[in-house]
Design a protein around this ligand. Structure first.
Ligand code: ATP
Length: 270
């Protein structure tokens, strides 16, 4: 049953400060969502169609994180759906699932619907290999739901994909997913530092830790998810060292280890 597999929409807890870099994408996305939210009457009177946003780029670059942060920032519920989850072998069920997603969003509005792996849900019709079958009807359903959103100004649709080239072009027309924003890996040092800073902002770092030194050893085109791996390893190494010291009795036993007891050093990042 689909209704049981998709979570309840709620306002997420991801904040802008959890995201390093990606300043242009953040600015664009907030403008696209905030303007119609704050001035819904103004836009209604111009008959302008509201845009859906398509975030595209390699895995682990922060697409989901950004979509959640904008929901937090604008105090919107967030309904996350992975494309393949909606596909079902029973006749008519996949389209029904798409309808249910939008129904749920309407009930929870103001709301952001986030379609992860959109390419799997809306592949180029005729190229999906199901010869005019399920996928065509799913794409049609998605198109009709998105076109209907105009009347209700409080549902925003964000899609994410690693393969925008596979998406049905009808979905990329004006009024649908017509704002394409590239979310890429970190290519320059300042953005790498910004990501590590965001990921370590709740760490207790030893004074000698210089974030610049950490990123200097990283290859080019490293993603936020790569940095997440590096930073969480560093924290775990520091935590294990502390636990060992306590077990050996070389430092005083504390009643309860808190996050603040763990001091992360530069060596932990190696
Ligand atoms: P996928 O295409 O695989 O769904 P994605 O682009 O949606 O990937 P996210 O799920 O947003 O990637 O990112 C994965 C994790 O990487 C995040 O939970 C976060 O810990 C970290 N991360 C990615 N980008 C950033 C960033 N710019 N700043 C801080 N952390 C980041």
């Amino acid at each position: 049953n689909y209704t049981q597999t998709v979570g309840v929409p709620k306002v997420p807890k991801v904040q802008w400060s959890d995201i390093g870099g990606l300043e242009d994408v953040k600015r664009e996305i907030i403008n696209t969502i905030n303007l119609p939210l704050k001035h819904s009457k103004l836009l209604q009177s111009t008959l302008l169609k509201r845009s859906g946003i398509l975030l595209y780029g390699p895995p682990g670059t922060g697409k989901t994180l950004i979509a959640k942060a904008v929901a937090t920032e604008c105090n919107l519920c967030f309904l996350s759906v992975k494309g393949p989850e909606l596909l079902n072998m029973y006749v008519g069920q996949s389209e029904q699932n798409v309808r249910e997603v939008f129904e749920k969003a309407r009930q929870a509005s103001p709301c952001i619907v986030f379609f992860d792996e959109l390419d799997s849900l809306a592949p180029n019709r005729g190229m999906s290999g199901d010869s005019g079958g399920v996928m065509d009807r799913v794409v049609s359903q998605l198109l009709s739901e998105m076109d209907g959103l105009n009347e209700n100004g409080t549902i925003f649709v964000i899609g994410a994909t690693n393969r925008p080239d596979l998406i049905d072009p009808a979905l990329l027309r004006p009024g649908r997913f017509d704002k394409l924003l590239y979310v890429g890996p970190c290519t320059d040092n300042p953005s790498k530092v910004a990501v590590v800073k965001a990921l370590t902002r709740k760490f207790k770092l030893s004074e000698k830790v210089n974030l610049q030194n950490i990123v200097n050893t990283c290859p080019d085109n490293v993603t936020g998810a790569d940095f997440y791996g590096i930073c969480s390893n560093a924290w775990m190494t520091a935590a294990c060292r502390l636990i060992k010291k306590i077990e050996k009795g070389s430092i005083e036993k504390v009643d309860e280890l808190t996050h603040d007891s763990v001091v992360v050093t530069l060596k932990d990042f190696e």
